[in-house]
Design a protein around this ligand. Structure first.
Ligand code: HEC
Ligand code: HEC
Ligand code: HEC
Ligand code: HEC
Ligand code: HEC
Ligand code: HEC
Ligand code: HEC
Ligand code: HEC
Length: 365
């Protein structure tokens, strides 16, 4: 039956023809599957090149907000930024964040929907409870509570309230005031200070580090996201970082940092080799989870005239030491902390205590 093999197949054909047709259909089918798979991969890659990964999912309710805003040219930058966010493909849109409840201090009727312009940690907490709880217990959330301090008196009273609004509050946070119909008082908002006091009673704002509307993890991991506030003569952390070996290496290798990886694939020493502020103070390691309390890994507070150890400082020091050890040997880390602690102690004894009116230590005379 050799000669019939090449013949075109017919449904009621020879049994042996049927078998080879089956093979042909199989190969054809497999080619089709492969073709479709490659097309899908190509499609996803094109989408990713546009920046966001997956396509935004827009519900009918959110379509109303977006269509009108686009037609009236209001906040289009924000809408386009949202489209690239991790929220957009999950259908977390305008309404999911801006919709308000009746009775909310900052709620107002807006084109048939009750909304609020502010989206506070309390709103994000509905979906991100762990992050919001950790942030709420941190010093960051309390950063606007220096109102009674001498610094605040110098700023607000001696220099004038504008210094408070455009200066201190930009980093520390304002006390947001709501006027008629949910309008926000211009002396108190826009503001994304870290300890902002919100009308709903919550403290701080998540968009201090996660700029809206992309809420990108990659952006929050950039040293500049912290350096926006941690800069200048009183707290030169960003300057110190960029002049350190860590900062030098980060700058030289920025494109290898994989800043957009999810937290479980952004482990120091393994997925990337040069630490940013987030690495040491917040991010996950092989044995620690991400923390939104930036105090969890520091053992001193250097802010008072005399630096003091925090409560449970050994546990906090252990957590930081473990971060360093993801990249370094234990020995170098231990020696480093010996240097740090003796530097702080020397400063306390030689300058802090005498400046505070305590006795100058004999040993240093
Ligand atoms: C029919 C048109 C229209 C629709 C629908 C609409 N908006 Fe607006 N929105 C506007 C305009 C115009 C402004 C500019 C400020 C103003 O006039 O209120 C605005 C402003 C805003 C502001 C900023 C207010 C401020 O104080 O800075 C927010 C937030 C907002 N809209 C959210 C939404 C959300 C969320 C939805 C969907 C539930 C929505 N909008 C639906 C037209 C619309
Ligand atoms: C994940 C939550 C989230 C989503 C989703 C979201 N927003 Fe916002 N939006 C915020 C936050 C946070 C702010 C800053 C408010 C504050 O300071 O508390 C804001 C501010 C705004 C403002 C006023 C400030 C500005 O830059 O003009 C407008 C207008 C606005 N959003 C519109 C929208 C629209 C339209 C959508 C839907 C495409 C949307 N938002 C989706 C969280 C969100
Ligand atoms: C209605 C639920 C919901 C609300 C409200 C919400 N989120 Fe999300 N958020 C999600 C989901 C779901 C994801 C996960 C997306 C994924 O894994 O792809 C996410 C992801 C994120 C991410 C990770 C983004 C990345 O690049 O991987 C950040 C940061 C974030 N949200 C911050 C916020 C902040 C800040 C607010 C408040 C202003 C907020 N979210 C409000 C549900 C929400
Ligand atoms: C560029 C951002 C920025 C500005 C502007 C700013 N601060 Fe600060 N402030 C910080 C940071 C960051 C810290 C924490 C420093 C640290 O821990 O090393 C801080 C710490 C403080 C502290 C110590 C808090 C404590 O818990 O002991 C006080 C008080 C203070 N600032 C008052 C002010 C006043 C008053 C103004 C306005 C005249 C002001 N700051 C302006 C960023 C800023
Ligand atoms: C001090 C800056 C800062 C503030 C304020 C902040 N975040 Fe983050 N957030 C980060 C950084 C940095 C990361 C990335 C951590 C890592 O390396 O995985 C992150 C990651 C996240 C993620 C992604 C976690 C995951 O599962 O991958 C979510 C969700 C998130 N933040 C929500 C919030 C919410 C909600 C708030 C407000 C309550 C908030 N963040 C306030 C800096 C901040
Ligand atoms: C919007 C301004 C702002 C941003 C952004 C910011 N901080 Fe802060 N940070 C502050 C202020 C203000 C304080 C002092 C709070 C106080 O004691 O009143 C502070 C305090 C701290 C402390 C001391 C905490 C403690 O418990 O004593 C650490 C550590 C810290 N920040 C790290 C970071 C890191 C890391 C980032 C970026 C991922 C960051 N901060 C982003 C303003 C900011
Ligand atoms: C290689 C790890 C590492 C990096 C990177 C790093 N830090 Fe730190 N940071 C530390 C250590 C260690 C301490 C002191 C810990 C202690 O008190 O035991 C500290 C202390 C601090 C403090 C406390 C100051 C005070 O007043 O008590 C702040 C604020 C801070 N860092 C902010 C930052 C910022 C902002 C960046 C990025 C510009 C950054 N750090 C980068 C490890 C790091
Ligand atoms: C993500 C990896 C990583 C982490 C986490 C990390 N480092 Fe580093 N560190 C480096 C790299 C890379 C260098 C540069 C090495 C060189 O000079 O060749 C460096 C340099 C140093 C140096 C300078 C060494 C020298 O000989 O000049 C010291 C000290 C140091 N790190 C201490 C620490 C401490 C303390 C911590 C934790 C608070 C820490 N590092 C966390 C990667 C890391």
């Amino acid at each position: 039956m050799e000669e019939t093999r090449g013949e075109p197949s017919t449904p009621g054909g020879h049994p042996q023809n049927g078998k080879s047709n089956f093979t042909r259909y199989m190969i054809g089918g497999l080619c089709l599957v492969l073709f479709l798979a490659l097309t899908a991969v190509g499609y996803v890659q094109v989408e990713e090149r546009r920046g966001g990964g997956l396509r935004p999912f827009v519900s009918a309710e959110n379509k109303r907000c977006i269509d009108c805003h686009v037609a009236k040219d209001v906040a289009i930058g924000g809408i386009n930024d949202w489209k690239l966010s991790a929220h957009a493909p999950k259908g977390i849109g305008c309404v999911e964040c801006h919709k308000a409840e009746r009775g909310d201090a900052d709620a107002y009727e807006h084109e048939g929907t009750l909304v609020s312009t502010l989206v506070t940690p309390k709103d994000c907490m509905r979906c991100h409870e762990k992050e919001a709880q950790e942030f709420a217990k941190s010093h960051h959330a309390k950063a606007a509570q220096f109102i009674g301090s001498l610094d605040n008196f110098l700023g607000n009273v001696v220099e004038g309230p504008e210094v408070g609004t455009t200066g201190c509050a930009g980093c520390h946070g304002s006390v947001v005031k709501v006027m008629e119909k949910g309008k926000l008082h211009p002396a108190t908002w826009p503001n994304s200070g870290i300890g902002r006091v919100n009308p709903d009673g919550s403290k701080g704002t998540c968009s201090a580090c996660h700029a809206r509307h992309s809420f990108s993890v990659a952006q929050a991991r950039q040293p500049e996201s912290c350096g926006r506030c941690h800069m200048g003569p009183d707290h030169p952390q960003i300057e110190a970082y960029y002049e350190s070996k860590h900062g030098v290496m980060f700058t030289a290798n920025k494109e290898k940092m994989k800043l957009n990886h999810p937290k479980e694939k952004w482990l120091p020493g393994k997925d990337y080799l040069f630490p940013t502020c987030a690495t040491c103070h917040m991010s996950a390691t092989g044995s620690q989870e991400v923390t939104h309390d930036v105090g969890d890994r520091i053992s001193w507070t250097l802010r008072p005239v005399i630096s003091t150890r925090l409560e449970n400082y050994e546990t906090r020091r252990k957590a930081m030491t473990q971060v360093c050890s993801s990249c370094h040997s234990g020995e170098i880390v231990e020696r480093f902390f010996t240097q740090l602690d003796s530097g702080v102690t020397l400063y306390n004894e030689k300058f802090g205590k005498p400046a505070n009116g305590q006795d100058y230590p004999d040993a240093l005379r």
